[in-house]
Each structure stands twice: as C-alpha cells, then as structure tokens.
Write a protein that binds this ligand. Structure first.
Ligand code: PXG
Length: 315
C-alpha cells in the first residue's frame, strides 16, 4: 500500500485517507473550483510564483474569494512538503467554492475550501514517452472556446479534456490533440503543443482556447535564448501532420515528442533534434534553484545559492 501522506485541508494537516470535503461542496456538485499542478525538483518548487499567479487569476475570473493570501498559500505548500519529507514531488492545490445548497447559485456557499495534496511524482505520460514519443489522435471534441468554459481558466471542469482523453484511450493511443472551434490546433488534453518546421517553432496562441501553460512559457523563453525563431500563431491540422517535429509540454509531462497523429507518422517518427535540445535545456533549467522556491533552509545552503528576493520565504 502506498504511504498515507498528509494533506492540507483548510488549515489542518490530516492523513490523506482521512481528508474530507463535503458532498455539498460546489466543487463536487458542479466542478465549481480551480486547481494547480506544480512540481518540486531537488527541494525546489519550480516556478511557484507563476503557478500561484495563475491560480489567483483563475479565482478572479470565477469570482472566488480566496480564503488565504498568496504568502499563506506558499507557506502551507512548503509546510506540506516538509511534513511529508518530500523533495521530488508533485503538488496539487485545489480551491473549491465551498459548501452550499443544491442549486448552482454560488452565493449559498459560505467560504472557499483549500486543499493541498503533495505526493512523490509519477510521470504523467511515462519516462519512456519522453524519449520515444507518444502516439496521438485528433479528437472529435473541440476545445471549449474562449467565451465558454475556456481552458484559460484552470478550473475543476475538465470534461472537455476528459472526453478527448477517453477517445484517445479507446483508439489505443496515449493522448488526444484538440482543435479549436475554428478548426485550428489548440492543445493536448493536459499539455500545450508545439510544432517545428524547417527549424522554426510555432505554438497556438491564447485565442485557440489553450491553458497559458507554465511549461509552455518556459519553453518559449528557452527557445528564444537558444536562438530558435518561435511564434505564437494559428496552426492548421495540415501543418500539424506535415511538421518535422511535434511535442507536448506540461508540468507532469515535461517535454514529450509526438511520434504519430491519427495514424500518420510525424517527421522521422523519432524524437527530433529541436525537441531533444529543448528537453535537455528544460532538464537543466528545472533543477536550477533560481527558477523556483526552495523548501528548506538546509537545501538552500546545500544548493549554495541565494534565491532572488521575490522568491524568499516570508517566515
Ligand atoms: N493545457 C491544459 C489543458 C492543462 O490542463 C497544460 C496545458 C500544461 O500547463 P502547465 O502549466 O502544467 O505547463 C495543462 C496542465 C498534471 C495535470 O498532472 C496537469 C494539468 C491537468 C491535469 C493534470 O500535470 N494541466
């Protein structure tokens, strides 16, 4: 049996097996809530500030009143990791609308609930996938548009992605790629997407209903630093099939090559050179303590760095 890690629920730390949220919570009743998936590498919470910024933006869109401040959230996350002695981990932060009545009116919910789950990481698509690539399909279901339950909001409503994932599973492949309502490429069920053609990198824009991925932004920045031309623009399915390389990015997936889309091999069918270079650079970047928040003073000393001012814990 796996270890019963402590989970933070509204200020208390309880064993995961005993952590409880009410069945009257609108997060459960209606998917009325938001979340973040964050990773910890060598005791450093990768891009924590960016994840919390996105969480607060999601809350603003849904008019959820955050019951704790960003600083309190940061301290609770660090404490959860320390209590569970985790230095390589996956963090799931959830904020639900809270307990209310049967009926969608959010005014019946008194107070938002906050849950923080921390666990050792199991790679989302597998370690092998990062080297050999994954087989995918283009799903029949379209990404929700920006004026609907857009994935710009990282909400608890993941049915759009789940329908696509079910389709991928039934087709015997690992992942589904969704198109937007105009037929342009959007993203994977839980990853952003990039294509490479003749050394030029492109990725769908926010208008394609994508989640503004933290890994996506990191890859855009790294590609720029490495001197690759990179643009955010609409991509057609034809461009996807005829790309030299296609890869997916996400917190849990990291950088994963796509070797097949709807039965068509992509490029050579193996991880391409640009994908390999970016994956290598990402692996270096994610372990650099300057790119996150260190969880203990000890680790800060071991790492021999002074993190930038804004990343220091206020304890
Ligand atoms: N698009 C969607 C729709 C996502 O849900 C990403 C892109 C990648 O974003 P980041 O910020 O992680 O680079 C996501 C990621 C997981 C997990 O376990 C991640 C997501 C959803 C469910 C599980 O990593 N979102």
């Amino acid at each position: 049996m796996s270890k019963d890690y402590l989970v933070y629920v509204d200020g208390d730390f309880v064993p995961g097996s005993e952590a409880r949220i009410s069945v009257f919570d609108h997060g459960f009743l209606y998917g009325d809530g938001i979340f973040e998936g964050i990773r910890v590498y060598s005791g450093c919470i990768f891009r924590l500030a960016e994840h919390l910024e996105r969480l607060w933006q999601s809350a603003k869109m849904l008019m959820l009143e955050m019951p704790i401040s960003i600083e309190q959230m940061e301290r609770a996350i660090v404490e959860a990791l320390n209590r569970n002695s985790l230095v390589e981990a996956y963090i799931r932060v959830l904020v639900t609308r809270g307990k209310g009545t049967l009926g969608i009116d959010p005014r019946t919910c008194e107070k938002c609930s906050v849950v923080i789950i921390t666990q050792p990481l199991k790679p989302l698509l597998g370690e092998k996938a990062k080297l050999e690539g994954v087989r995918t399909i283009i799903a029949w279901v379209r990404r929700d548009s920006v004026d609907a339950t857009s994935h710009e909001i990282k909400s608890m409503n993941y049915l759009n992605s789940i329908l696509a994932k079910i389709e991928a599973i039934n087709a015997g492949v690992t992942e589904a790629i969704l198109l937007d309502r105009n037929g342009f490429v959007s993203e994977g069920s839980a990853e952003n997407l990039f294509i490479v053609k003749n050394g030029r990198i492109s990725t769908p824009p926010m208008t394609a209903g994508i989640l503004p991925g933290v890994t996506r932004q990191t890859i855009i920045d790294l590609a720029g630093d490495l001197g690759y031309p990179i643009v955010e623009r609409n991509i057609t399915p034809y461009e996807l099939f005829s790309a030299d390389e296609v890869f997916l990015t996400g917190t849990a997936a990291e950088v994963v090559p796509v070797r097949e889309i709807s039965s068509r091999p992509i490029g050579s069918g193996e991880r391409g050179p640009v994908t390999a270079r970016l994956a290598e650079e990402f692996d270096r970047f994610k372990r650099d303590p300057r790119n996150g928040v260190l969880i203990t003073e000890d680790i800060r000393i071991v790492a021999g760095v002074d993190p930038p001012e804004e990343n220091q814990r206020t304890s």
